[in-house]
Design a protein around this ligand. Structure first.
Ligand SMILES: [Zn+2]
Length: 201
């Protein structure tokens, strides 16, 4: 339906940016590949020409990094998401709502394991990067892989924030702030409702 030129351009640009970022890191002698902050997308989600394929990194339920793959983006109608998800989860993941602090099931969980997307099972966070932020929301200092999440500038509610979504299905996950702990100083403030914990024990 849309021109192939446009599609190719949109697919290539993020990859080029990732390449440039990694080249710069290599030049600087940094070994922070896994902790590299994902590029912030200014474009609104769902815009025309959005890539239909995305790059993500697969992880086993034991948390082992497997391989980087190109996968078809998960695109469903609101009606289909409503059928799949409880209404509170639908509101948070598909309409960027936020759960009430201290109300979710993971803010106080300390078990070892990984957190997957509740909508599409994409691996998002590892318990090894989880920390007690005191906010009442599960908080991490890094995603499990930069490719697996997407950061978008969010100016709703009169604030400038960075929203975090699942790269594979665009589920809204939460926001990221720069007041986190070592080693990244980032705080990925997530909604429990957007996540599905897979225990390693
Ligand atoms: Zn997802």
């Amino acid at each position: 339906m849309f021109g192939s030129e446009l599609d190719r351009e949109d697919v290539q640009n993020p990859r080029r940016r990732i390449f440039l970022a990694s080249a710069a890191a290599a030049i600087a002698g940094l070994a922070l590949w896994q902790w590299r902050k994902p590029a912030i997308l200014e474009a609104a989600a769902g815009s025309v020409g959005e890539p239909k394929e995305v790059t993500v990194v697969l992880f086993s339920d034991a948390g082992e990094r497997q391989k980087q793959v190109r996968v078809a983006k998960v695109i469903k109608s609101a009606a289909d998401w409503r059928k799949q998800l409880p209404s509170g989860v639908f509101d948070i993941t598909r309409n960027a709502d936020t759960e009430i602090a201290f109300s979710g099931k993971y803010w106080n969980l300390h078990d070892k394991g990984i957190y997957r997307c509740i909508c599409c099972d994409n691996a998002l966070f590892d318990s090894a990067t989880k920390f007690d932020s005191g906010t009442g929301w599960p908080s991490f200092w890094s995603p499990i892989a930069a490719e697996n999440i997407t950061e978008i500038r969010d100016t709703t509610f009169g604030m400038v924030r960075t929203a975090v979504s699942c790269t594979e299905c665009d589920a809204h996950l939460g926001h990221v702030f720069d007041d986190g702990p070592e080693p990244t100083h980032l705080r990925y403030c997530m909604n429990s409702a957007s996540l599905r914990f897979v225990s390693r024990t």
